[in-house]
Design a binder for this molecule. Structure first.
Ligand code: DNO
Length: 388
C-alpha cells in the first residue's frame, strides 16, 4: 500500500519536510480554509497540489470533501450544494487528485469521551466510555427519551456517574465529544463557540423525522448525482464508516456493518462509489468481523485507515496496538489484493512530548510515526514472505 499521512495544511506543526524524513509517500489533506459547501476552485486545488509536490510528495487523497448537513438531511438547498460538490470534484479530477474520502454521518463525525486515557506505560490514547457518553446524552444534552437507548448495565454505571460527576467533568465531556473532536474535521462546532451544546441541539433538530431509510435515500440521491462527474474524471469516492458504527444520540447511522456497506455499494453499483476501509471504526462495533469485511470489500476499497479498536465487555472501546493480529490480517488482505491503495494510520498514542504540542485529537506526531513504522514493518515482512 502507499504510505500516506493526514496533514492539516501549511499551518500544521508537522511539516512536509518532516514527513519525507519518516518515509511518507503521499499526503492526505483537505482545503481546510474553504467553508463547508463552497466550491473548491481549480486554482485553489492546484495551489495545494503544487505546494505538496514542491516538497517531493504527492497529494494522494482528499480527506474530506465534506458533505454539507443539508445534503444529508435533504434540506431545501441540497441541489445547490450538490452542484457545488460536483464542481469541486471536477476541479480535483482536472488537477489529477482522484481519491476523495467523505462521510455520511449526521452532525457528529466521530465520538470519543476521553482523549488522553492512560495506557499504563506513560502514553495515552483515545477512549470511548459508554456510560460517560450516556451521561452526556441524558444529563447534558437532556435528549428526550435518551435513557431508553441504553442497556441495564450502562444505566447502572450512569447512575454512579450522576452521583459523582463534577462541573469540570461535564465540561471535559462537552469538549471531548462535540468540540475538540469535531471542529477540525467538519466545522460544525468551532473551538470558540460559547454555547456548543445549544448549537449541537439545533443541529440534532435538523434530523427530526429522518430515519435510516430516509438517510439512505438521501445518500443514494447524492451518489447518483455525483457519479457522472466521477466517471468523467475518474474520481473514486470512498465513504468513511461511522465511528463508532452504532446508532447514537437518536441519529440514524447507515455505514455501520456488513449489510449497510453492501446496501450502499449495490444501490449505486459504479466502481467509483467505494469505501474507505477504516479498520478502526469498523472494529469499534462488536458485531463486525473486521478481517472478514476486509476480504469481502477489498475490491471496492479506495483508501485504507490502518488502526484497530478493542471492544471491552461493558461496551467501552479503546484503540489497540497497530501490531494487533487482526490488523496484520487486514494489511495482508490489502497488500495482496490492492497493493497500491493509499493507506494512512491515525488515532495513535500521545507519547514522548506529543501531549504538549496541541495536535488535533488522534493526530499525534511520535505516536503516528511509531504506528507508521509498525505498519511499514508488517508490509515489508509480507513482501519478503512473497518473494521467498
Ligand atoms: C477521524 C477521522 C474522520 C474522517 C472523516 C472523513 O479521525 O477518521 O474524521 O476523517 O469522517 O470524512
Amino acid at each position: 500500500m502507499e504510505k500516506t499521512w493526514r496533514w492539516f495544511g501549511p499551518n500544521d506543526k508537522i511539516t512536509l519536510d518532516m514527513l519525507r524524513q519518516i518515509g511518507v509517500e503521499g499526503i492526505v489533506t483537505s482545503l481546510h480554509h474553504i467553508h463547508n459547501g463552497d466550491v473548491w476552485t481549480y486554482d485553489e486545488v492546484m495551489k495545494m497540489k503544487n505546494f505538496i509536490e514542491s516538497h517531493g510528495l504527492r497529494w494522494s487523497v482528499v480527506e474530506s470533501l465534506p458533505v454539507s448537513e443539508s445534503i444529508k438531511y435533504g434540506g431545501p438547498d441540497r441541489d445547490r450544494l450538490i452542484a457545488n460538490y460536483k464542481e469541486s470534484l471536477a476541479n480535483l479530477g482536472k488537477a489529477g487528485v482522484k481519491t476523495v474520502c467523505y462521510n455520511f454521518m449526521p452532525v457528529l463525525d466521530w465520538a470519543r469521551t476521553d482523549l488522553e486515557y492512560p495506557n499504563g506505560d506513560g502514553t495515552s490514547n483515545l477512549y470511548f466510555n459508554r456510560a460517560e457518553f450516556a451521561y452526556f446524552d441524558c444529563y447534558i444534552l437532556k435528549r428526550e427519551g435518551a435513557e431508553a437507548d441504553y442497556d441495564e448495565a450502562t444505566l447502572a454505571r450512569l447512575e454512579e456517574l450522576r452521583r459523582t460527576m463534577t462541573p469540570e467533568g461535564e465540561k471535559r465531556l462537552v469538549d471531548n465529544i462535540i468540540v475538540k473532536t469535531q471542529g477540525f474535521v467538519n466545522g460544525n462546532i468551532s473551538e470558540d463557540d460559547m454555547s456548543p451544546v445549544d448549537t449541537f441541539r439545533e443541529l440534532l433538530n435538523l434530523y427530526d423525522g429522518i430515519d435510516r431509510d430516509a438517510l439512505r435515500r438521501n445518500m443514494q440521491y447524492f451518489l447518483e448525482a455525483i457519479m457522472p462527474v466521477c466517471r468523467e474524471y475518474d474520481v473514486n469516492m470512498c465513504v468513511h464508516p461511522d465511528d463508532p458504527p452504532l446508532q447514537i444520540l437518536g441519529l440514524p447511522r447507515i455505514v455501520t456493518c456488513d449489510e449497510d456497506i453492501e446496501w450502499f455499494l449495490n444501490a449505486v453499483p459504479d466502481p467509483h462509489n467505494g469505501l474507505t476501509f477504516c479498520a478502526g471504526s469498523l472494529s469499534a462495533g462488536a458485531h463486525n468481523d473486521v478481517t472478514a469485511l476486509a476480504r469481502k470489500y477489498a475490491d471496492r476499497t479506495h483508501f485504507v485507515h490502518a488502526r484497530i479498536c478493542r471492544v471491552l465487555p461493558d461496551g467501552d472501546f479503546k484503540e489497540s496496538t497497530h501490531l494487533d493480529p487482526r490488523l496484520i490480517d487486514v494489511i495482508r488482505t490489502f497488500e495482496t489484493r490492492r497493493p497500491g491503495v493509499p493507506m494512512r494510520v491515525d488515532h495513535a498514542p500521545l507519547m514522548l512530548g506529543d501531549e504538549k504540542m496541541g495536535y488535533n485529537a488522534g493526530y499525534s506526531f511520535h505516536g503516528r510515526m511509531l504506528a507508521l513504522g509498525q505498519v511499514d514493518g508488517i508490509m515489508a515482512a509480507l513482501k519478503a514472505e512473497k518473494s521467498n
